[in-house]
Ligand binder design. Structure first.
Ligand code: GLN
Length: 548
């Protein structure tokens, strides 16, 4: 750890879902805009070692990093809002911390000592924080959960101790809280904030800055009241106003003086922030010239957090085309050949995202067929590509019952299958997987290179022949069917460098029909929209134009 590295700890109070992840990411944006280098780390209080095995219904999307780490969706915010290099050390859970401590205990590293929460667990937490500190000016650490939860106590104790270790000029505590407007009283209420800060102080942490989530700018009086009760200075009470567009958060924080206060309290000298590009970005999201309807055909339709990165990537695709992207979630379980045209009639583009499990798979096949036959732009991601291949095999290449082995082990045409052995470009070795391998341990995870074939939609989008994208799946395209499917008009437009793994497919004689085995949504940035999302939205706009 460089001796001049500064640490900002972000905690949350009152209730969850106040946007701590976004707030942490926006703090990163502001510090970068002043020329500082940052990284952001998330400490999650749950016992799972990583979120890889968690149900998206409960926990939202599993976000995947280049190095293959499966993380919390907040890491997606960090990557979209900053240039921070994030890897496995940017997300620790209680489970991961205990796993490491218990492994050390089994190895005898503690030399017979009694292993305890303090100091062993707290030391492990502090060391995990230090792991990301090399080479950056500021480390922002977001503590998951809400103050008052039993689970987060060891993390809070560790960050309390951290101040003594790193020096008081180097550590800052920011607390995100709620200041609700109560309509019957006609005023905003500060009591929940007072209680939350009291709770935080009872465990030894005095916040330096309060981010007050609210739907209106707080008056000077309210800020003074909060400052008085919570023992912070008035200019450290920041309105975290609700926003229409998440990319506005850094701008609101800046207007409220947050970055000024941070650099003042941490005693950092920086240049003035440059935020013109963010202002322009927000402008183009809020007032686009065009608009386009995209149908997202999936399983987790009730919980949009499950498709967080996808939503963002679609928005970015819209930004690149000066268009608002209206996303309609269509539950694939409600789709069949009859209902299909009715449910998808308004769609200018159809997207089938990644997924696991058989539920709704036949509905997705119907949607892919509809898009192919009606020449509606189609984008299939991971499972979406596998569905498109099965549909093409069944309905174009005359392979009735063609399927992925994930859903039908006895299919006569396993066009998508469990490849038991393949050459892994990342490790330069042969990898193996089989049905009985550990759940979670058998997936192709993280960044893999892909070679793109010229004169394809993929090549037109990327403009280069070699790319790298992130993966998270078990099943692969079955090369035994490659020749016959190609002969019928399927185009394999991207493969692994040795050609063994099919990474992208297209359909010939269609305006835009593309499936990819990877998850491009993880690499899209508001300032740098992903080429496939940009092109998908462009094709959808063209489709919309032909209909009016
Ligand atoms: N269930 C499919 C597989 O494991 C697709 C996974 C995904 O879409 N992420 O291969």
């Amino acid at each position: 750890m460089a001796s001049n590295t500064k640490f900002i700890f972000v905690t949350g109070g009152v209730l969850s879902s106040l946007g701590k992840g976004l707030a942490s990411a926006a703090i990163g944006t502001l510090l970068e805009s002043r020329g500082l280098t940052v990284t952001i780390q998330k400490l999650d209080p749950y016992i799972n070692v990583d979120p890889g095995t968690m149900n998206p219904f409960q926990h939202g999307e599993v976000y995947v990093l280049d190095d293959g780490t499966e993380t919390d969706l907040d890491l997606g915010h960090y990557e979209r809002f900053t240039h921070a290099k994030v890897g496995r050390n940017n997300n620790f859970t209680t489970g991961k911390i205990y796993y490491s401590v218990i492994s050390k205990e089994r190895r005898g590293d503690y030399l017979g000592g009694t292993v305890q929460v303090i100091p062993h667990i707290t030391d492990e937490i502090k060391n995990s924080i230090k792991l990301v500190a090399d080479g950056v000016d500021v480390v922002i650490v977001e503590i998951g959960g809400t103050i008052g939860d039993i689970e987060s106590l060891p993390f809070l104790e560790a960050i309390r101790q951290f101040k003594a270790d790193a020096g008081k000029d180097n550590v800052l505590y920011i607390h995100l809280t709620l200041v609700p407007y109560i309509a019957t009283a006609g005023e905003v209420k500060t009591k929940p904030t007072q209680h939350s800060v009291k709770e935080l102080r009872s465990i030894g942490i005095q916040p330096d800055i309060l981010l007050c989530r609210t739907d209106q700018y707080l008056s000077k009086e309210i800020k003074s009241k909060i400052a008085l009760f919570c023992d912070v200075s008035v200019d450290a009470v920041i309105t975290a106003k609700d926003v229409e567009c998440i990319y506005e958060v850094p701008l609101i924080f800046h207007k409220e003086g947050l970055d000024n206060k941070i650099v003042e309290l941490l005693n950092i000298w920086t240049r003035a922030p440059v935020l013109e590009d963010w202002e322009q970005l927000v402008q183009s999201v809020k007032a686009p010239k065009h608009s386009v309807n995209i149908a997202l055909v999936g399983k987790y339709v009730d919980l949009t957090d499950s498709y967080k990165s996808l939503n963002e990537a679609l928005t970015h695709g819209g930004i690149a085309n000066d268009a608002r992207v209206n996303i309609t979630f269509v539950d694939s379980e409600t789709i069949d050949d009859k209902s299909c045209s009715q449910l998808l009639v308004d769609a200018d583009g159809i997207l089938i995202p990644g997924g696991f499990g058989a539920r709704g798979v036949e509905g997705k096949i119907c949607a892919a067929k509809y898009a192919r036959e009606n020449k509606v732009p189609f984008f299939g991601i991971c499972l979406g590509m596998q569905i498109a291949v099965a549909e093409f095999a069944r309905n174009v290449a005359e392979m009735p019952g063609a399927h992925s082995q994930e859903f039908d082990v006895d299919t006569p045409y396993p066009v998508i299958y469990l490849m038991v052995e393949w050459y892994d470009d990342k490790t330069g070795s042969i990898q193996r997987r089989d049905v009985s391998s550990d759940k979670g341990g058998t997936m192709r995870l993280g960044a893999y290179p892909c070679i793109i074939k010229k004169e394809t939609s993929a090549f037109r989008a990327y403009g280069v022949a070699e790319i790298s994208e992130r993966h998270r799946h078990r099943y692969e395209f079955n090369n035994a069917y490659k020749a016959v499917l190609e002969e019928k008009g399927l185009v394999v437009s991207g493969t692994s460098p040795n050609g063994e793994l099919v990474e992208m497919i297209e359909v010939r004689d269609h305006p835009w029909f593309l499936g990819c085995q990877f998850h491009p949504e993880f690499k899209s940035r508001p300032m740098d929209p992903h080429p496939l999302f940009r092109e998908f939205i462009r094709a959808a706009l063209e489709h919309a134009a032909t209909r009016t």
